[in-house]
Ligand binder design. Structure first.
Ligand SMILES: Cc1cc2nc3c(=O)[nH]c(=O)nc-3n(C[C@H](O)[C@H](O)[C@H](O)COP(=O)(O)OP(=O)(O)OC[C@H]3O[C@@H](n4cnc5c(N)ncnc54)[C@H](O)[C@@H]3O)c2cc1C
Length: 312
């Protein structure tokens, strides 16, 4: 059997694409990933999703979108795609167990925020530790201090943004200089609410379930001195890894591994579309991911209709 459209990934981008393609009768197959649901499973309250005036828990939002996609007939399999063949049609999409054939593909495999690799960060993830300042900054309104980890443009942007909410932002950076652009550095270093702790790594995030995050233990990498910074939140801004390993050599990727697209959702290969954070370094929001999933679905519809009518 040749599928009309396979959607790879089951975050907001893939699910929005599934809702549209399913409702329009294309009977999509979603290969969800071994762990379905995407980044929103890592968070608690989402307060900026239009349509939810009282907020919604991240996992509940994904659950609702999944039910909506299934209601219109999306079939879902919790498997990872390990390879693709876009050289000939129908396209081939491969998992460890099986090879699927399909006329169109929507890639919505997202990106994972890089983490420090210390056990305490996962204990507090979504409850005081965040990888998304735009998403979670407002939860820290009125707090005394939050720590931002990183030294690139994202860390600078996040720090400046967070000063809208908190009394102080402390950037902890491993080196003695930022790698961010000069303009972002200047803006950051001249902001009186931002303090920088150089040459230091975060060794532990302090706090319990009951207290929430209370601070970070840091080590000065030059002197080996260990100290504590009191803080109510920690924002990790050390980069993202787009989930595109299986696409290396198959589609155009940039230096960081993001898919390069035209008009946001198109690739060089007609019939292969892209949606969400896998090609988005800037917005990284559930709403924008869902929006691009919808765009990809509408392009897929146009593509499938034109190729099917030309085959008649
Ligand atoms: C802690 C945190 C809090 C956030 N809070 C908010 C918020 O409050 N508001 C907001 O708008 N946004 C928030 N975001 C951002 C939002 O979650 C993302 O922008 C959004 O999830 C991106 O959607 P996506 O579908 O592109 O990718 P993802 O959500 O990353 O989903 C990618 C999907 O692809 C699958 N996948 C990956 N590789 C493969 C493969 N090889 N084969 C098959 N499947 C694969 C994964 O399993 C997953 O299902 C938050 C993010 C984080 C991390």
């Amino acid at each position: 059997m040749v599928e009309n459209v396979i959607i790879i990934g089951s975050g907001p981008a893939g699910l929005a694409a599934a809702i549209y393609t399913a409702r329009e009768g294309f009977n999509p197959l979603m290969l969800c990933g071994a762990i379905a649901g995407g980044q929103l499973l890592l968070t608690t309250a989402v307060e900026n999703m239009p349509g939810f005036p009282d907020g919604v828990q991240g996992p509940e939002l994904i659950d609702r979108m999944t039910k909506q996609a299934q209601k219109f007939g999306t079939r879902m399999e919790n498997v990872d795609v390990v390879d693709v063949d876009f050289k000939s049609k129908p396209f081939k999409v491969k998992t460890a167990e099986k090879t699927y054939e399909t006329y169109a593909v929507i890639i919505a495999t997202g990106a994972n925020a890089k983490t420090l690799g210390i056990p305490s960060e996962m204990e507090h993830m979504g409850r005081g530790v965040s990888t998304c300042a735009t998403c979670d900054g407002a939860f820290f309104k009125g707090k005394d201090n939050v720590v931002v980890v990183g030294g690139g443009d994202t860390a600078m942007e996040d720090s400046n943004f967070l000063t809208r909410f908190v009394k102080q932002v402390t950037i902890v950076h491993r080196r003695d200089a930022f790698r961010a652009s000069k303009i972002m550095q200047d803006r950051t270093l001249s902001n009186p609410k931002i303090k920088v702790v150089w040459n230091s790594s975060v060794e532990e995030i302090l706090g319990t379930d009951a207290t929430g995050v209370t601070g970070v233990r840091i080590k000065n990498l030059v002197t080996n001195e260990v100290s504590t910074i009191p803080a109510q939140g920690v924002f990790l801004a050390i980069g993202y890894t787009p989930n595109t390993k299986f696409l290396t050599g198959k589609l155009q990727l940039d230096g960081q591994g993001y898919l390069i697209t035209k008009e946001e959702v198109l690739t060089d290969i007609p019939g292969v579309f892209v949606a969400g954070d896998v090609s988005d370094k800037f917005y990284r929001q559930a709403g924008t991911a869902a929006g691009s999933g919808i765009k990809a679905a509408l392009h897929a519809r146009e593509y499938l209709q034109s190729t099917q009518s030309s085959q008649k």
